[in-house]
Design a binder for this molecule. Structure first.
Ligand code: ADP
Ligand code: ADP
Length: 228
């Protein structure tokens, strides 16, 4: 579903963020990218949805070369969840979840119905949370809203960049549990970045271990990586 073929990224200042990376994610698979800060994980994710253009190699999503896909269309099929969510502070939770449906021209009634369904799915009962504003939620709850928003138009692919890293360990464990249950239902194809190896082992079907300089050191199942 996602394939990177000898992908490199050298930023204009000469920094090599990713070096000849080849990686694939099967449909419904969750691949975790782990490694120290600065080893190219975020750059890798951003090349998949074309927030960053590679300087070498090719990337395919669902068989199509992303450099030949209109970025707006590409991103409708790729939900994106980041560390501090970036919710719009002056929009209610229901309107934050429905941002992409709104851009896609859905009617107000349909957006509301979809947002309520998703809030329920991520454990934020809409009767309580839909009309609140981001500052009225805890960090963990805001991350749940971020997941709901990313799922709004039911994209087949999710990119998740340290989605649970900004919350305390107890809440992180809860979010991981809930996320695993959610993934059983929705079966998205997922690239997931973390620097927490325990999180990687817990969530990943396979783990890609990055080394400094954007090189792939290992790419295997958690069991094989722990046994290695
Ligand atoms: P990670 O997500 O693993 O922390 P990043 O992909 O964010 O790594 O960064 C990889 C390398 O590329 C780092 O050395 C970082 O400083 C550099 N980098 C990231 N973004 C840019 C940019 N826009 N311009 C120049 N260098 C960048
Ligand atoms: P967490 O353990 O997820 O970090 P917090 O300790 O921040 O949660 O919040 C605990 C509870 O308090 C949550 O259920 C949240 O809904 C509620 N809460 C936190 N901040 C506010 C607020 N500003 N207004 C209303 N409820 C809040």
């Amino acid at each position: 579903m996602i394939r990177l073929d000898g992908v490199s990224k050298r930023y204009p200042d000469g920094t090599v963020a990713v070096h000849e990376l080849s990686l694939d994610v099967a449909k419904g698979e969750l691949v975790v990218l782990v490694g120290p800060s600065g080893c190219g994980k975020t750059t890798t994710m951003k090349m998949v949805n074309r927030l960053v253009e590679p300087t070498g190699g090719r990337i395919f999503v669902d068989g199509a070369d992303v450099t030949h896909t209109d970025p707006v269309k590409l991103r409708r099929g790729i939900g994106y969840v980041i560390q501090n969510v970036g919710l719009f502070p002056h929009r209610s939770i229901v309107d934050n979840v429905a941002v992409v449906p709104e851009l896609s021209g859905w009617s107000k009634a349909r957006r509301r119905e979809r947002a309520h369904e998703l809030l329920e799915l991520v454990g934020l009962p809409p009767d309580t949370y839909a009309r609140r504003y981001p500052h009225e939620l805890s960090g963990g709850q805001r991350q749940r809203v971020g997941v709901a928003r990313a799922l709004a138009v039911d994209p087949p692919v999710l990119l998740m960049d340290e989605p649970f890293s900004a919350v305390d360990p107890v809440v992180r464990g809860q979010l991981q549990d809930e996320f695993l249950r959610l993934q059983e239902d929705v079966r998205k194809t997922i690239l997931f970045v973390t620097h927490d190896i325990e999180e990687a082992v817990r969530l990943g079907d396979r783990i890609a271990v990055f080394a400094q300089g954007g090189r792939l050191e290992q790419f295997d199942t958690p069991a094989s990586i722990l046994g290695a």
